[in-house]
Design a protein around this ligand. Structure first.
Ligand code: DAT
Ligand code: MG
Length: 151
C-alpha cells in the first residue's frame, strides 16, 4: 500500500559531511512523502535498543560509539514499498559493495561509516518509528502530488 512507512536516519558522519539535504532530496524526488523529521542526540541506551538485534556482534560497541559521535537526522518516509525501496536507495550495508547511484555507493567506503540507516522491513520499521518518534511527531497529510506519482 502507499501507506507503508520506513525509518530512515542520517548517521553522525552524514550530518557532519553535509549530506542531509541530498539524502532528503533523493527520497523526495523518488516520490516518497516525509512524515516525520528531527535532529537528535540519543542516549547510549536508546542506540543499544535500536541495534539490540546486533548486541552479540563484535562490532556492536564500535557501532554504538559511532552513533553517539554527533547528531543524527531521524526521519519517517511514507509510500509504496517504502522499506524495500528505501534500502535500495541507501545501498548495500558495506559501501564497497554498494552500487554507484545509491547513497552509500556514492558517499561511503567503510562499513562503520556508512552514512545512513533504513529499516529492513515493515515490522522493524514499526518498532523503530515507535522508538525514535512520539505518535504526535509522525504527521498524517495528503501529498499534493499523490495522483501524479501513483496510478
Ligand atoms: P544495515 O545498516 O544495512 O541495516 P545491519 O543492520 O546488518 O546493516 O548493521 C547495522 C550497522 O552495523 C551497519 O549499518 C553498519 C554496522 N555493521 C554491520 N556489519 C558490520 C561489520 N561487519 N563490521 C562493522 N560494522 C558493521
Ligand atoms: Mg539493519
Amino acid at each position: 500500500s502507499a501507506n507503508e512507512q520506513t525509518f530512515i536516519a542520517v548517521k553522525p558522519d552524514g550530518v557532519q559531511r553535509g549530506l542531509v539535504g541530498d539524502i532528503i532530496s533523493r527520497f523526495e524526488k523518488r516520490g516518497y512523502k516525509l512524515a516525520a523529521i528531527k535532529l537528535v542526540t540519543p542516549s547510549k541506551e536508546h542506540l543499544e535498543k535500536h541495534y539490540e538485534d546486533l548486541s552479540d556482534k563484535p562490532f556492536f560497541k564500535g557501532l554504538v560509539t559511532y552513533m553517539l559521535s554527533g547528531p543524527i537526522c531521524a526521519m519517517v518516509w511514507e509510500g509504496r514499498d517504502a522499506c524495500k525501496t528505501g534500502r535500495m536507495i541507501l545501498g548495500a550495508t558495506n559501501p564497497l559493495a554498494s552500487n554507484p547511484g545509491t547513497i552509500r555507493g556514492d558517499y561511503a567506503i567503510d562499513v562503520g561509516r556508512n552514512v545512513c540507516h533504513g529499516s529492513d522491513g515493515v515490522e522493524s520499521a514499526k518498532k523503530e518509528i515507535a522508538l525514535w518518534f512520539g505518535k504526535d511527531e509522525v504527521i498524517s497529510y495528503k501529498q499534493s502530488q499523490f495522483d501524479w506519482i501513483y496510478e
